[in-house]
Design a protein around this ligand. Structure first.
Ligand SMILES: O=P(O)(O)OC[C@@H](O)[C@@H](O)c1c[nH]c2ccccc12
Length: 271
């Protein structure tokens, strides 16, 4: 699946390259305000475990998750729950996301909440595209980028003012990442991309290999207060949750039930 997705992304990048020049892209982003810092939001969070809430319509493993799907209404509910950040899926062929969701959400929110472009990024042009559509942070996936590409993409992202959330799934990937870049946030994906199953053990196993100062996010398959408790005790900074929120009618309530409301939280656990 991952190979197939990367092949699609290569085609998308070629199409983009034919449509716009780098100079045009540079012009598009020249006058944008600076990006919001997701890292800072996490360091200053009120909840013991912060949350990046995902705007997610569908996935290859689960098919259609939320229907009808209103990205801006979902984002406003996340905003009301005072999430630390939002992840917006922009991949269309596999996750039924869209780049326009990013811009609409950026323009439609009243509070300043950092937005992550969730996609399979393999080329700097996609980073320009992310910035132009209102992203503050981009996802870099270690499973699809070798060390050289990771360094290069990280450098380019930073040059555009974007923060990077680097995602790993194995100890080898983590080694490569720590060797190559200093991520603003480190994501541990609990989903095995070969079998699609999720296990919190992935986070628990890799967390110990990370410097304490790294802002670390556990991603995928998180849906119960028990999960949050286990992760909090292990010393995680945050969770990235999509499907669980997307399956609830009241999205704001879903966030508060899982991680509490920021306004009522007391500052808590650290590793
Ligand atoms: O819906 P879940 O199980 O809560 O997972 C969210 C998020 O972790 C998942 O969407 C994700 C993690 N890494 C990705 C990379 C690309 C696309 C999607 C993802």
């Amino acid at each position: 699946m991952l190979h197939k997705i990367v092949a699609t992304k290569k085609q998308e990048v070629e199409r983009l390259r034919a449509e716009v020049s780098l100079a045009e892209m540079e012009r598009l982003i020249a006058d944008l305000p600076p990006c919001l810092s997701l890292k800072r939001r996490f360091l200053e969070r009120r909840r013991p475990v912060g949350v990046i809430a995902e705007v997610k319509k569908a996935s290859p493993s689960k098919g259609l998750i939320r229907d009808p799907f209103d990205p801006l209404a979902i984002a406003r509910a996340y905003e009301a729950a005072d999430v630390e950040g939002m992840s917006v899926l922009t991949d269309a062929p596999y996750f039924q996301g869209h780049l326009s969701y990013l811009r609409n959400i950026k323009e439609g929110l009243t509070k300043s909440i950092p937005l992550l472009r969730k996609d399979f990024l393999i080329d700097p042009l996609q980073l320009y595209e992310a910035r132009a559509h209102g992203a503050d942070v981009v996802l870099l996936i270690a499973a699809i980028l070798d060390k050289k590409s990771l360094c290069w993409m990280a450098e380019e992202a930073r040059a555009l003012g974007l923060e990077i959330l680097v995602e790993v799934h194995t100890a080898e990937e983590l080694d490569t990442v720590l060797d190559a870049v200093e991520p603003d946030l480190l994501g541990i994906n609990n989903r095995d991309l070969k079998t699609f199953t999720t296990s919190l053990a992935t986070t628990l196993n890799l967390l110990g290999q990370l410097p304490q100062s790294t802002v670390t996010i556990s991603e995928s398959g998180i849906h119960s207060p028990d999960h949050i408790m286990t992760l909090m005790e292990a010393g995680i900074d945050g969770v990235l949750v999509g499907e669980h929120f997307m399956r609830q009618a009241n999205v704001e309530q879903a966030v508060c039930s899982l991680v509490g409301h920021a306004a009522y939280a007391s500052k808590g656990a650290s590793r």
